[in-house]
Design a protein around this ligand. Structure first.
Ligand code: ADP
Length: 513
């Protein structure tokens, strides 16, 4: 079996003793498979942990997109036999590595489940066998774990697709000596996606019906795989400290707030970082003009002019340009945002550049706005990595009025790119954006604008404040930009927090067992 961790292969590295052995299981890992921020986290965190000296193996399904993503993928001689319902299914395991690292990526290859156009759904609906697919994946992760040459300290699971792993560990493998010393961590990237299935899928999991009760796997008559992970994992975290508190309230607990309060002792919030290899205005290959904190004024001026040209807006160096990028869902605040864009397009001298895909209702609204105000509103209804980078660099202000935001990445990219974020005070947005007030400006902590009430009026008032400062107080604007650009949102910071959490979990586990 060819599973020796890459970094043991060079003599100079053989001296290094990895502090922890971590297996991270995720359905998404960029660039192999991605629908959202989960993929970015599961690609960057393992590399940052490896740089701290830990040994990380990542396991994901061999989705079609993963096999087609132009990374070198090799076979291993690892064979899996997974019981699903009354059958035993046989799968292969493939091996690759995460870009620019020695982190091993193992891919569970079972084409009937994973060789499909998309990860979770076709155009109309979720795949009807999703429970089966991710039960299979979760069991495959544990079989791989039992066959790895070295014992693992931490199994780090992510979102509902891996929620059964902590349950299998606690309910089926608790007396198996190979698994006794390991601790499990379950990370909730977005509580709104819970992996809810019909109770008829309970036998698919292979777990006894006795666990289908409201304290464990059941949720109002359905099987809930996110809840299952929350119930059975040794430790829990989510992707910002404020979101970790918010999900324990009825307002943002998505029906699981009671359980999360009960498990509050083991629930933490750790902010995501940003991948500085991809998001760095100094070397970003997508930008019209590269810059850093030393020459941002010139760099952004050129980036703005080029962006105006690219999206067909008039060249206007002193007009406030507002960027927005994101999924077109109510979560992101489009309901309170579109009336403001509409009013401002009629009454104010500002430009809007909008990039997003999603809900057809919001797509139509945005298309109308672009059509009715071609001099002021540029709308791109597509997924474009290059445009996202160019908007982050060319805009003056970046808007994220989300109703909830587990962490949010775009406000972090904005801070790095000298684009002042204007956000709603929720989740990771509240943890990263410091509202400009007399006090926060005087203490040089302010890096953006924020508001609390999820209303059009509160958003508009804050936008007006930002616009006034942009036009009339260039020194204050410069201070906001430079404070943001000087901050550290790297993965190194976040990885150290995960390292501490892993260590806490392990020592508690050793103490309890
Ligand atoms: P979420 O994971 O809830 O969608 P995040 O802000 O955490 O929100 O991350 C979204 C990521 O997807 C960011 O990297 C963002 O730039 C990117 N993104 C979203 N929509 C688009 C789009 N239409 N084109 C390019 N990138 C996009």
């Amino acid at each position: 079996m060819d599973l020796k961790p890459g970094y043991l292969e060079t003599p100079s590295e053989q001296m290094r003793r990895p502090a922890l052995k971590i297996l991270l299981a995720s359905s998404e890992v960029a660039p192999f498979a991605k629908t959202g921020g989960l993929a970015d986290v599961c690609a960057a965190l393992p590399v940052a942990l490896e740089q701290l000296g830990h040994e990380v193996t990542v396991v994901m399904p061999a989705f079609r997109s993963a096999l087609q993503c132009h990374r070198q993928i090799r076979k291993t001689d690892l064979q899996l036999s997974i019981p699903i319902k009354s059958q035993t299914l046989h799968a292969r395991v493939l091996r690759s590595s995460l870009p620019d690292s020695n982190v091993t990526l193992l891919l569970v290859d079972y084409p009937p489940y994973f060789d499909r156009q998309d990860l979770y759904r076709d155009e109309l609906q979720d795949y009807p066998d999703n429970c089966e697919r991710f039960t299979f994946f979760s069991r495959a992760v544990l079989q791989i774990l039992s066959q790895l040459p070295d014992s693992i300290d931490i199994v780090h699971c992510n979102d509902w697709q891996t929620g059964l792993i902590p349950a299998f560990l606690k309910l089926e493998l608790n007396s198996d000596s190979r698994f006794q010393s390991l601790a499990s961590l379950f990370t909730i990237h977005n509580l709104a996606y819970q992996g809810l299935f019909s109770q008829h899928d309970m036998p698919v999991t292979g777990l006894d019906w006795q666990f289908f009760n409201w304290r464990q796997m059941e949720y109002y008559g359905k099987l809930n795989l996110l809840k299952t992970g929350i119930v059975f994992a040794d430790g829990l975290n989510t992707v910002s400290p404020t979101y970790a508190l918010e999900i324990q309230t009825p307002e943002l607990g998505c029906g699981l707030d009671g359980l999360l309060r009960e498990r509050g002792q083991v629930l933490q919030g750790i902010l995501n970082g940003i991948d500085q290899r991809v998001w760095n205005p100094k070397v970003d290959p997508h930008l019209f003009c590269n810059y850093d904190s030393g020459n941002w004024q010139d760099g952004k001026k050129q980036g703005k002019a080029a962006l105006q040209k690219a999206v067909g807006l008039p060249r206007a160096p002193r007009t406030l340009m507002i960027g927005i990028i994101g999924r077109l869902t109510t979560q992101k605040g489009w309901d309170i945002l579109t009336p403001v864009i509409e009013r401002w397009a009629r009454t104010q001298e500002v430009q809007w550049v909008i990039l997003g895909t999603g809900d057809p209702h919001f797509q139509r609204k945005l298309e109308d706005l672009g059509r009715n105000h071609p001099q002021k509103v540029a709308v791109r209804l597509e997924f474009s990595e290059a445009s996202a980078h160019q908007i982050e660099a060319g805009s003056d202000l970046f808007l994220m009025p989300s109703h909830f935001e587990p962490c949010g990445l775009n406000q972090l990219y904005s801070l790095r790119y000298g684009t002042v974020p204007l956000v709603r005070q929720t989740g990771g947005l509240a943890d990263t954006v410091v509202n400009a007030t007399a006090e926060t400006l005087a203490t040089e902590r302010a890096n953006g604008f924020s508001f609390r009430a999820a209303t059009t009026a509160a958003l508009e008032e804050t936008l007006d404040r930002a616009s006034q400062i942009y036009q009339h107080q260039p020194g204050t604007w410069r201070q906001l930009v430079e404070t943001g650009m000087a901050q550290d949102w790297s993965w190194e910071r976040s990885a150290s927090a995960y390292e501490r959490l892993y260590e806490q979990l392990l020592s508690k586990h050793r103490h309890d067992s």
